[in-house]
Design a protein around this ligand. Structure first.
Ligand code: SAM
Length: 351
């Protein structure tokens, strides 16, 4: 599977769109807002000259309410800092990056209100299609990259019969291949940003991760186990060929905090200013379990549908996601499931 082609969040504003089904990521973004504010504050306290242009990149921006709330947080914090320092606000250049299949059209439509130049700091926005595992920007231009993403891997893995992620039945080689791929991808990500960022520039990363040292921990595998089971059900109904499932592995990895720390230290371009995890229950609202399970089913559909459709065809989507939602409702009634985020604040080491 060519991830650059096959991976995008569901487009538009319809019932199954990412924009309408990203409540969980919105919650994560609201929890991490003070960290972005603090990082902007620390840029100013390190002597960033306020009258200059501030280049900010959102890596894996998607198209939805979160993209704008992150931009708004940066803009308001810059305005507040400048007011306190009694100096002119810089112009803000936002680089909005995602893979080429991202719904940049919806994103740009939503921007017209945000980039209204009549209030506060002037804001400009540019779309940057491409993978953040490689270079995206000219050398030495970025002061403040922000990434909120599950980092993807570039290739699928064979040998993982009946499963689509690391699972108890996966041979050790699968676990090792996922770990190695993440190590390569994340190192490339850091190396590319280190070339693009100015010395002392600040980067905030929010990644899906895991609390446990064990990659088989249910928390990081749960969604993918259920999805594999739902696909197996489609096979038993003769709707999908078995080989299609056996050759499909999701381009996703939930690292532990220690793995992230090790890779950052080994790559060597960044100092770790902050590194922590927090867990949130998958099902957020205070509604009936069934309604919550259905919402989670839609949420999962909004970020997996493009890959599923690429590998198994559009025809199975309705049946498959109905089955998945049913399983999510049943499973989440038995126990509540958490999802972990890892927050990393890095500053570019000078020299
Ligand atoms: C969990 S979504 C988060 C979207 C958005 N930042 C938010 O907070 O709602 C992850 C985003 O990262 C993007 N992404 C994944 N791998 C990428 C890569 N290698 N390069 C650029 N974007 C990527 C996905 O397409 C998706 O839009």
């Amino acid at each position: 599977m060519d991830v650059k082609e096959a991976l995008y969040m569901n487009r538009g504003e319809g019932e199954n769109s990412y924009a309408k089904n990203s409540k969980f990521t919105q919650k994560v973004a609201s929890i991490t807002k003070p960290i972005i504010e603090n990082s902007v504050h620390s840029l100013f306290s390190k002597g960033f000259h306020p009258s200059k242009l501030l280049n900010v990149a959102d890596l894996g921006c998607s198209a939805g309410p979160n993209t704008f709330s992150v931009m708004k947080t940066v803009k308001e914090t810059v305005e507040k800092e400048c007011k306190e320092l009694n100096c002119q606000t810089p112009e803000l250049q936002f680089y909005l990056n995602d893979l080429p299949g991202n719904d940049f059209n919806s994103l740009f439509k939503g921007l017209s209100g945000f980039c209204d130049q009549t209030q506060g700091a002037s804001c400009y926005a540019v779309g940057v299609p491409g993978s953040f595992h490689g270079r995206l920007f000219p050398r030495n231009t970025l002061q403040c990259p922000l990434a909120f993403s599950g980092l993807t891997s570039n290739e699928g893995l064979p040998l993982n019969k009946g499963k689509i992620y690391i699972s108890t039945t996966s041979p050790p080689v699968v676990r090792e291949a996922y770990r190695t791929q993440f190590q390569e991808d994340f190192s490339m990500f850091l190396k590319s940003r280190s070339e693009e960022m100015v010395p002392d520039g600040c980067m905030v990363l929010i990644l899906h991760g895991r609390q446990s040292a064990d990659p088989l921990d249910k928390e990081s595998c749960w969604v993918w186990e259920l999805l594999a089971e739902a696909i197996a059900d489609m096979i038993s109904q003769g709707l999908v060929a078995e080989e299609k499932l056996d050759s499909f592995n999701v381009p996703y990895y939930a690292p532990s905090l220690e793995e992230v720390q090790h890779i950052v230290e080994e790559e060597g371009s960044f100092a770790i200013e902050r590194l922590e995890t927090f867990a949130l229950e998958f099902l957020l609202d205070k509604e009936e379990k069934e309604t919550k399970g259905e919402k989670l089913g839609k949420d999962i559909r909004s970020f997996t549908e493009s890959m599923i459709s690429y590998q198994f065809g559009e025809e199975i989507l309705e049946k498959l996601f109905q089955k998945l939602t049913h399983m999510v409702v049943e499973d989440s009634a038995k126990e509540s499931m958490n999802a972990t985020s890892i927050i990393v604040v890095l500053s570019r080491i000078s020299g």
